[in-house]
Design a protein around this ligand. Structure first.
Ligand code: PMP
Length: 356
């Protein structure tokens, strides 16, 4: 046997998501999941769903979910796209919109899935360095490109930019599609939705995984002009017509329709975030100003990797990225007040003992 066929296999370094361990008493603050349950209306859908309907294929257009989202955002259902998590939606946007020879631009410190999709789809790209405070300089994006991709708030820093900044980026990038990944926008950042009226090359991507406590259900959303959404639909329908199952479509719509629960849950996460930011600072950490459901922190003397391992040994999971420029930082998801207090207590003990 030659084994030569192995040379023909795809070689790729995949994205590595936060560890999903099944450990009793685990405090899981490593994947930016929401510590509160989804809307009770979602549970009601699961209780009452007519299982016999599963004999049939789901509605390929996910009309019920799109209609609920359109009403929520004040746009037309033809401006809404839904997919199997925002990772699925983003992967489709690469295939739909980043088709030129010119490089796609995104920050050097950002969601680490972006370069993986570039590699998978053979999309040329260039990373644009953030400044020392992890901020984006909009002037760095004033040049011809194959597309612009920015998360707002950025991940893993949590730093958000305001309306003037985002409009500036759009005004200077009219020759390509500009994607704003708003995975964390509901925790206090400004959403670009009002700019959709003005910029038909703007595509906004959102998710139900964070602010709607539905990471397990897998719902991602894109909002944009009819032309962009039609193109995304064409790519999706050339690949898999049924990315959304019938139960998910119903449960997702129920979540969107419970706006007061959604707002109250986001408020609780933001309140805990602000309290904990001050507590981390009291322990000596520098804390990036966060508009997300996580905090990005560094300590002047204790090494991030050592803290990460010490917390892990205590079943307190936080996220450490062994990547250039951020390898002395920790990303800590905002959990319940109780979970955060457990982490803060362990950190206080560790810092006292480690003599750092
Ligand atoms: N964008 C960003 C910036 C993220 O951090 C994540 C979560 N890992 C996603 C998109 C994808 O989220 P999901 O696929 O769960 O919608």
């Amino acid at each position: 046997m030659s084994g030569l066929w192995q040379d023909k296999l795809r070689k790729i370094d995949p994205y590595v998501p936060g560890e999903q361990a099944q450990i009793p008493d685990l405090v899981k603050l490593n994947a930016n999941e929401n510590p509160y349950p989804p809307s009770p209306r979602v549970a009601e859908v699961f209780r009452t769903f007519a299982v016999d309907g599963l004999r049939l294929y789901p509605n390929a257009n996910a009309t019920r979910l799109k209609t609920a989202l359109a009403a929520h955002h004040g746009v037309s259902p033809t401006q809404v796209f839904v997919g199997n998590g925002s990772d699925d939606v983003l992967a489709l946007t690469f295939q739909a919109f980043f088709c030129s020879e010119q490089p796609v631009l995104f920050p050097d410190i950002t969601y680490s899935f972006y370069p993986v999709w570039c590699s998978l789809f053979r999309t040329p790209y260039e990373t644009v360095p953030l400044n020392a405070q992890f901020r984006i300089n909009p002037r760095d994006y004033d040049r011809p490109s194959g597309g612009v991709l920015l998360p707002n708030p950025n991940a893993p820093t949590g730093i958000a930019e305001n309306r003037a900044f985002l409009e500036d980026i759009l005004a200077h990038n009219q020759d390509c599609v500009v994607i704003i990944d708003e995975a964390y926008v509901d925790f206090g950042a400004w959403s670009c939705v009002p700019l959709l009226e003005k910029y038909d090359n703007l595509l906004i991507v959102q998710t139900f995984s964070k602010s709607r406590s539905l990471a397990g259900l897998r719902i991602g959303v894109a909002l944009g002009s009819e032309t962009l959404i039609r193109t995304l639909e064409a790519v999706k329908n050339s690949y898999n017509s049924y990315t959304m199952d019938a139960l998910t479509i119903e449960a997702g719509a129920a979540s969107v329709e419970d706006d007061s629960y959604f707002r109250a849950t986001c408020r609780k996460v933001m309140d805990t975030r602000e309290r904990c930011a001050r507590e981390f600072e009291a322990l000596g950490f520098s804390v990036c100003p966060s508009s997300a459901n996580f905090l990005f922190v560094t300590h002047p003397t204790a090494r991030a990797k050592d803290i990460f391992l010490a917390m892990r040994a205590r079943n307190l999971f936080i996220r450490y990225f062994d990547l250039p420029r951020i390898d002395n930082y920790l990303r800590i998801t905002v959990g319940t007040d109780d979970e955060m207090d457990k982490l803060l207590t362990a950190l206080r003990e560790y810092l006292a003992q480690a003599n750092v």
